[in-house]
Design a protein around this ligand. Sequence first.
Ligand code: FNR
Length: 359
Amino acid sequence: MSHALFEPFRLRGVEIRNRIWVPPMCTFAVDAQDGVPTDWHLMHLGSLARGGAGAVIVEATGVVPEGRISPQDLGLWNDEQRDVFRRVTDLIHSQGAVAAIQLAHAGRKGSTWRGWGERKAGTVPREHGGWTPLGASPIAFPGLAVPVELDLEGIRFIVEAFASSARRAVDAGFDVLELHGAHGYLLHQFLSPLSNHRQDGYGGSLGNRARLLLEVVDAVRAEVGEAVPVIVRLSATDWTEGGLTPDDTEQIVLWLKDRGVDMIDVSTGGNVANAAIPVGPGYQLPFAERIRSNTGVPVAAVGMIDQPYQAEQIVATGQADVVLVGRESLRDPNFTIRAADELRYELPYKPAQYERAYV
Ligand code: FNR
């Protein structure tokens, strides 16, 4: 019986104890609308690290206030946030996991109601902490406000904001950075011809549409230096006629590879409202496998990978380097411990306090 899931993985100088990581998942749990982590985040993320994950990727975190999805999202645009994030990374490290964070700008999908609680439709009004969303072009995501098209100064500001958030993330103790280029958020809005109708150097050809993402990658790398691994999450397809395709994505990954991006986190969709997505076990895996074999860049696979044998097969057969287990980690933060148990692997970092739960 192979135990590929439990082999360490290295990104630059960072050793990660296994191949089961937790993907970013927004919890909309900031109470004061100031982006600062709360005790909720500490407990939630700490329990995922304690449960044996190799790396815990903190939820989409806004690089500027209007880069958040909802007013209750985390943010990393000031020093107060950085200093509180230090508690999060210390706790994740104390449980033996690597601390990663997804830096994000929501663009035209910003200022939405959080994913639970009120569950109202439309854009959050200013009096409830909302803002006017920004986008590549003045094209609304269905049901949301028409975004203001970013001008060149606005674009420059966002590139710099990603870099300074990356600096603060590293100063807060994060080992690995993930840039959110997927799910219809700002960087994906530029990549996709469905949301980018610009006539300037950031629109038109694929090279132009990828310019913002590549500038962000370069600015982040220049800011944090060579030691810090950088992952990019991409939506490999828009699942819609006229949208971003797997061929486009492969080209984008080659450009990212040239720029020293260390891994692609391969997701799909999110930029249009009613795409027909064939959701099922491992449904995004073929896109990850294709990127890995055609570009040679390490990939993380995600999407309904929630069974230990399934996860083991993906890594053992080289379909992906790492699996990200999302909702199943919410249901069972000890998924990694359970997987080791089911796969008959003696996990060296199973908490001794829980020994009797697994006999
Ligand atoms: C998500 N997802 C997500 N993706 C992302 O890139 N940034 C984020 O902040 C979030 N937030 C988020 C919140 C919640 C509650 C869920 C369930 C999902 C998507 C997530 O990272 C993952 O790609 C999907 O959940 C698919 O994986 P699973 O859940 O099938 O393992």
